[in-house]
Design a protein around this ligand. Structure first.
Ligand SMILES: [Zn+2]
Ligand SMILES: [Zn+2]
Ligand SMILES: [Zn+2]
Length: 207
């Protein structure tokens, strides 16, 4: 059982009732002004458990800090999902696809493209490093690239060298684009996939 403020209050009150033979009405009134019920979880909590807000009558919001925190993190996760979905649906609108294709052909577009690629490589130094190592190893015959996807066994035009752990650049599984996307959807970015490479000492940092 979790002790809510209400139960603590009622417990104290019932002790006082048994000692003094009556409910301490004064305390009840005082108790109400020092505390209030959160409109979300309904618990009676001291005012210090509510964030300050100038425009509220008692100077505090009506939702307790705990509920507020839960809402904020919940919203953030929900928003990220919707935001990404929205951006994706916008990006695939046909006129946008065409506008982007046209733009990439201009000098400005080409410059922006290579700038973005360079920025990605810097941001994803670990992933980029692993992919260079794989490319060189395939070229030199130290790593054999099959002609089929190791997951679905189909033979696609393109195979991706996928890393479960980017720290082991030569431990690659060859996946078709579909299986590759699916893997990351189910398993996330891959171990060390979101780490950054410290260029001065070559260490990986996970943020
Ligand atoms: Zn609450
Ligand atoms: Zn596949
Ligand atoms: Zn991968």
């Amino acid at each position: 059982m979790t002790l809510t403020w209400m139960t603590i209050y009622l417990l104290v009150d019932s002790i006082l009732v048994s000692v003094y033979g009556k409910s301490t009405h004064r305390m009840e009134i005082r108790g109400m002004s020092d505390s209030k019920n959160c409109f979300k979880c309904g618990e009676l909590k001291p005012l210090s458990m509510f964030y300050k807000h100038k425009q509220m009558k008692d100077g505090r919001v009506n939702k307790c800090k705990e509920c507020n925190k839960a809402d904020v993190s919940g919203n953030y996760r929900a928003n990220i999902y919707h935001y990404k979905k929205y951006e994706k649906s916008r990006a695939t609108l046909s006129h946008r696809v065409k506008a982007r294709a046209d733009y990439t052909k201009t000098d400005e577009g080409k410059a922006a493209g290579s700038k973005a690629k360079k920025a990605w490589r810097e941001r994803n130094a670990v992933k980029n490093g692993a992919s260079i190592i794989v490319g060189n190893a395939v070229r030199d015959g130290r790593l054999i690239k099959p002609d089929y996807c190791e997951s679905c066994r189909n033979k696609p035009n393109r195979l991706h060298g996928h890393h479960d752990n980017y720290a082991f650049a030569l431990q690659v599984r060859w996946l078709c684009p579909g299986c590759h996307t699916k893997w990351h959807k189910e398993n996330g970015p891959g171990i060390n996939g979101e780490s950054t490479l410290n260029l001065s000492d070559g260490t990986l940092t996970n943020e």
